[in-house]
Write a protein that binds this ligand. Structure first.
Ligand SMILES: C[S@@+](CC[C@H](N)C(=O)[O-])C[C@H]1O[C@@H](n2cnc3c(N)ncnc32)[C@H](O)[C@@H]1O
Length: 430
């Protein structure tokens, strides 16, 4: 049964039981069109989406579209059949939004037909910098990206940037390259956390940099769709190690309060243009793979995942296997290619191989690459072909300087005394 039919059936039973005046989706559409009459001539390609009954509030919600883009909705009281104007988009707003939609449509390419892509990448471990090595990967050849970048300068043992802006420029460049290699509509899952900058002296206070929020802005600028913010929650003990909250715990003065951090973000994005997920399931030429990839009952139901951090003497900040395995299972199919541009000691790669996926791992440190390789080799010795791989040394590739972003440029101008009014004037000149 299709979604429309199912919804029709559900709404009809509720409508009848409660004796609504408006019983069917067709009636809801008719009332909506009558309400929109004054603006119908102004919006050329107006159409209505699927009316849905909200049985909790006894009202119908009818989406209104222009050129297949939702420009608002109309709410109808199910008992009286009257428009609930407070809950409906204003007529003037429909008109304004339609203008924006149509401006955007100009010059837009025609929607491409969905094409199922099977990548021909095989298991690969790359030694080199992500910003250089990613340029070696063909366009649309990766099915899932799962990674945890350096959190700015939190771990000087493996990366130190001159400034936060320089760090964000590098991240933007890497996110752009990742977008290029990711297949349209597939997922980019990134783990990061805010960073504590310790105080320089007794007279100063420590500060925090909201790295995940700035990365989020880059994903939005670069045309990803925001899907989920998953909170990775660790046991309380893990947070006290940061030192945050100790002062308050001892003195208990108001305003000194600082929450002990026990969470990290696992942010989920999808590459646009994003075809309906259903395409990747129904149009997969290998339905056996679809069956094999199904997830069993004990999956994470909410966006808070309780997982203990992992430890390994060889690396200070690795993924717990449980985290990597959940992400890989939820966002990729068996045989898909999973890329980690900041591979560390290869947790993503090893989890991918364990789950029958292919892996592509990039890591700049020779030491961590060696650790990854020796773990993979141990598994190969168990005659498990999923762990076979090609090693590429790309440390000699020329360094790519990331472009300075608009945000970075504006920050510099403001720091050099240009006022925001002057900036806006300059930008509006042309
Ligand atoms: C947070 S750790 C990732 C750990 C990994 N998730 C694991 O489970 O082992 C970030 C990694 O990025 C690496 N790294 C830093 N800058 C890099 C760059 N420009 N290109 C590639 N790797 C880089 C660091 O050496 C570090 O191993």
């Amino acid at each position: 049964m299709g979604k429309t039919e199912k919804n029709e059936l559900l709404s009809e039973t509720v409508s009848e039981r409660r004796k609504y005046k408006v019983k069917t989706t067709e009636e809801a559409k008719k009332i909506t069109l009558a309400f929109l009459k004054p603006i119908l001539l102004d919006i050329k390609s107006l159409s209505l989406g699927l009316p849905e009954i909200h049985d909790r509030y006894d009202n119908w919600n009818v989406p209104v579209l222009d050129n297949s883009t939702v420009i608002g909705s109309v709410s109808i009281d199910a008992f009286s059949g009257k428009i609930n104007e407070e809950l409906s988009t204003k007529l003037s707003l429909f008109k304004k939004r339609a203008v924006t939609v149509n401006n955007k449509q100009t010059g837009k390419t025609v929607k491409e037909k969905f094409k199922f892509i099977v990548s021909n990448l095989s298991n690969t471990i790359v030694e080199g910098k992500a910003e250089n090595a990613l340029r070696n990967i063909p366009e649309q050849s990766v099915d899932l990206i799962f990674t945890s970048p350096p959190y700015y300068n939190a771990r000087k043992e493996y990366s130190e940037y001159e400034s936060y802006e320089e760090y964000l420029d590098t991240m933007r460049d890497i996110i752009q390259q990742c977008k290029r290699v990711l297949i349209n509509g597939k997922f980019f899952v990134i783990n990061s956390s805010h960073v504590l900058v310790p105080r320089a002296s007794r007279n100063e206070s420590s500060t925090r940099i909201p790295v995940p929020f700035d990365l989020h802005q880059i994903f939005m600028d670069e045309g990803f769709e925001f899907v989920d913010d998953i909170i990775w929650q660790k046991p309380e003990g893990a947070g006290w190690a940061s030192g945050r909250g100790r002062r308050f715990s001892a003195d208990r003065n108001p305003m000194q309060y600082k929450a002990v951090p026990v969470t990290e973000y696992v942010m989920v994005y999808r590459k646009k243009p994003a075809p309906l997920i259903d395409n990747f399931i129904r149009k997969n030429p290998n339905q056996d793979i679809v069956l094999k990839s199904k997830i069993d009952d004990d999956y994470e139901k909410t966006n808070v995942w309780y997982i203990s951090p992992a430890r390994d003497k060889r690396h200070p900040a690795i993924f717990p296997n449980e985290l990597a395995e959940k992400v890989i299972k939820y966002y990729s199919f068996v045989n898909d290619v999973v890329l980690d541009p900041f591979g560390g000691i290869g947790t993503t790669a090893k989890s991918a191989a364990k789950l029958g996926r292919r892996f592509y791992s990039i890591e700049s440190s020779t030491q961590y690459v060696s650790a990854t390789r020796s773990d993979l080799e141990i598994n190969q010795n168990l005659l498990n072909n999923n762990f076979d791989y090609t090693y590429l040394n790309l440390t000699n590739l020329p360094d790519v300087e990331p472009k300075k972003s608009l945000r970075h440029t504006i920050k510099e101008l403001l720091a050099n005394g240009v006022t925001s009014e002057e900036l806006i004037q300059r930008l509006n000149k042309d």
